[in-house]
Design a protein around this ligand. Structure first.
Ligand code: HEM
Ligand code: HEM
Length: 466
C-alpha cells in the first residue's frame, strides 16, 4: 500500500513541529529544574528559546507554507506552554491570580510565535532541494507522541524511585490548587517530581488526543483509526489510575484521612505506562510513510520462526516489566513502612525478595529471547537495513540493561528496606526501568517490521532481497 496522503494534510506539518518543539522545551525545562536553582534562569531561558528557534528552522526549511508555518507552529507551542505558565501567575492561595503576572499569557504566545517565525524565516533561506521528498509529517506527529510518553515514563520512574508518589496528597487538584495554577514557588523536592509528572501527563494526554483526531480525519486504514482511539483510551485510563493511586477514590479532599492511597494501583500504573508507550510506538511505526510505502523486500525461510520469536519476546518482556514493577514497589523502605497493603513489614520485604528472584529468573528467559532474535535479525537480514539495525541495537540495549540490572541489584540488595533511596540509587533504578521500556519498543518494532518488510518463502524457495 502506498501512502497517498498529502504530507501536510490536516495541518500535520505545524502540528508535528509545534508539539515536537513543546515536548523538547518541556523536557529541557523538566530536566533543568531537577537540579533546583543550580541551573541559572537565564541559561534555562536561552535553552528554551533555542528549542523554539530550531523548531522554526525545521518548518521553514522543510515546510510548504512559508512563514505561515512558523506562525502556526509557534501558536501551538505557545498555547501548550500556557499549561505551565499558570504556575507563574498563581497567587499564594488556591486559585488566586496575581493580576500583574497575567502578562505572562500574551507574553508567552507572542514570544513563541515570534521566535518560531524568526526560525522559519532563517530556515527558508536554506530550504531543502525541491527534488527531495517532503518530510513525513503525519509519521512525525505520531513519533512525537511516543517520544513524549518515553520522557513521561522516565519522570514517573523518578517519582517512584525517590518514593515520592504521595508527595502531593490530592488529585486532580494539587494541594487544593487547580493543577495548572499550582505555584512554581511551592514546587520543590518530591512535590516538584510528582506535580511535574502530572503536568507532563497532561501534555502526553493532549498530544495523544490531537493525534487520535488527526488520524481519524486524515487516515483511511480502519485498523489504524481504531488503534489511535485505543491509545487515547489507554492514556486516559492511565491518568485516572495515577490519580487514584494517590487518593484511592474520587474525592477533591486534601485531608489525608479522606484518601486511601493504593500501592497496587501504583504497580498497575507503572506497567500500563509501558504498555501505553508500546501502543504509541506501534502507532508511530504503522503511521510512518516508510511503513505505508513498504513492500516485502525478500521471501525467506527464516521469517515464520522469527515472527514467532518476536511475539514471544514481547510477551516475556511484558511479564518481566510486571515482575520488575513488583520488585520495585515491594523493596523500598517507605513502601514497607507506609504499609499500604496492611501486611506485616517482614512479609512485604519477603514478597519483594520473591519477586526479585522471579525477575532474575525471567531475565534469563528475556535475555535468551533477545539474543536469539537479535542475532538472527542482525545476521540473517543483512540486506534489509531496518531489521539488521534493530537486531544489533537490541543486543547493545540488552548489555546495558543487564549492567544496570546488576547495579540495581547491588544498590537495593542489602538495606533498601531500612533506608531512603539516594540520588545514585534512583539514577540506576530509573535508568534500568527506562531501558526496559526501550527494549519493549525494540521488540514491538521488530515484531511489526518482520510482518511488513519480509515474507515467508513459499515451498522453501528463497527469493533474492532487493
Ligand atoms: C499517560 C500518562 C502517564 C504515564 C504514561 C505515567 C507513567 C508512570 C510511570 C511509568 C510511573 C513509574 C511507576 C513505576 O516505577 O512502577 C509513574 C508513577 C506515578 N505516576 Fe504516572 N503516568 C501518567 C500519568 C499520571 C497522572 C495523570 C498522575 C496523576 C496523579 C500520575 C501519578 C503517578 C504517581 C503518583 C506515581 C508514583 C507511584 C508510586 O510509586 O507511588 N501519573 N507514572
Ligand atoms: C534483561 C531484561 C530486564 C528487563 C527488561 C528488566 C526490566 C525491569 C524494569 C522495567 C524494572 C522496573 C519496573 C517498574 O518500576 O515499573 C526492573 C526492576 C528491577 N530489576 Fe530488572 N530487568 C531486566 C533484567 C534485570 C537483571 C539482569 C537484574 C539483576 C541482575 C535486574 C534487577 C532489577 C532490580 C533489582 C529491580 C528493582 C529496582 C528498584 O528497586 O527500583 N533486572 N527491571
Amino acid at each position: 500500500m502506498t501512502n497517498q496522503l498529502s504530507p501536510t494534510r490536516g495541518g500535520s506539518d505545524f502540528l508535528a513541529v509545534g508539539f515536537g518543539t513543546t515536548v523538547a522545551m518541556w523536557s529541557v525545562g523538566y530536566f533543568c529544574r531537577l537540579f533546583g536553582d543550580t541551573v541559572p534562569p537565564v541559561l534555562l531561558f536561552a535553552l528554551l528559546m533555542t528549542c523554539l528557534l530550531i523548531g522554526g528552522v525545521v518548518i521553514g526549511r522543510a515546510g510548504q507554507r512559508g512563514i505561515r508555518g512558523g506562525v502556526l507552529a509557534g501558536l501551538i507551542a505557545g498555547l501548550l506552554s500556557l499549561l505551565v505558565v499558570g504556575s507563574l501567575i498563581s497567587g499564594d492561595t488556591p486559585n488566586a491570580i496575581r493580576t500583574g503576572a497575567l502578562l505572562w499569557v500574551p507574553g508567552t504566545l507572542v514570544i513563541c510565535i515570534a521566535i518560531m517565525t524568526l526560525g522559519c524565516a532563517i530556515g527558508g533561506t536554506v530550504r531543502r532541494a525541491p527534488t527531495a521528498p517532503p518530510p513525513d509529517w503525519p509519521g512525525a506527529l505520531a513519533a512525537v507522541a511516543a517520544i513524549a510518553t518515553f520522557v513521561l515514563l522516565a519522570a514517573g520512574g523518578l517519582v517512584t524511585g525517590f518514593d515520592e508518589g504521595l508527595a502531593v496528597v490530592d488529585w486532580p487538584n494539587s494541594e487544593g490548587y487547580n493543577m495548572f495554577l499550582y505555584p512554581l514557588s511551592k514546587m520543590s523536592g518530591g512535590v516538584y517530581l510528582e506535580h511535574a509528572h502530572r503536568l507532563l501527563g497532561s501534555l502526553v494526554g493532549l498530544t495523544t488526543l490531537v493525534l487520535a483526531f488527526h488520524i481519524q480525519l486524515t487516515e483511511r486504514r480502519p485498523a489504524l483509526k481504531a488503534l489511535a482511539w485505543t491509545a487515547l483510551a489507554l492514556v486516559i485510563v492511565q491518568g485516572v489510575l495515577g490519580g487514584l493511586r494517590v487518593t484511592g477514590r474520587f474525592t477533591m479532599s486534601t485531608d489525608p484521612s479522606d484518601t486511601n492511597p493504593r500501592i497496587l494501583l501504583a504497580i498497575v500504573h507503572g506497567v500500563l505506562g509501558q504498555i501505553v508507550f508500546a501502543v504509541l510506538v506501534t502507532l508511530a511505526v504503522v503511521r510512518s510513510r516508510r511503513w505505508a510505502g513498504a513492500q516485502p523486500a525478500a521471501a525467506l525461510p527464516s521469517v515464520p520462526l522469527d515472527r514467532q520469536l518476536s511475539v514471544i519476546l514481547v510477551v516475556v518482556l511484558i511479564a518481566q516489566l510486571v515482575l520488575g514493577a513488583l520488585t520495585r514497589h515491594f523493596t523500598w523502605a517507605l513502601d514497607i513502612q507506609r504499609n499500604e497493603l496492611a501486611l506485616d513489614p517482614e512479609r512485604i520485604a519477603d514478597i519483594g525478595q520473591r519477586m526479585l528472584h522471579l525477575h532474575l529468573a525471567m531475565a534469563v528467559v528475556v535475555g535468551l529471547a533477545i539474543v536469539g532474535l537479535g542475532v538472527r535479525a542482525w545476521g540473517l537480514y543483512e540486506r534489509i537495513p531496518i531489521l539488521h539495525r534493530l537486531g544489533l541495537s537490541m543486543l547493545v540495549l540488552l548489555v546495558v540493561q543487564v549492567a544496570l540490572g546488576i547495579a540495581a541489584y547491588i544498590v537495593t540488595g542489602n538495606d533498601a528496606a531500612t533506608r531512603r533511596p539516594t540520588a545514585v540509587d534512583v539514577a540506576i533504578t530509573t535508568s534500568h526501568q527506562v531501558v526496559g521500556a526501550a527494549l519493549l519498543a525494540w521488540g514491538v518494532m521488530l515484531a511489526l517490521w518482520l510482518r511488513r518488510i519480509v515474507e515467508p518463502a513459499r515451498g522453501g524457495v528463497t527469493a533474492p532481497a532487493t
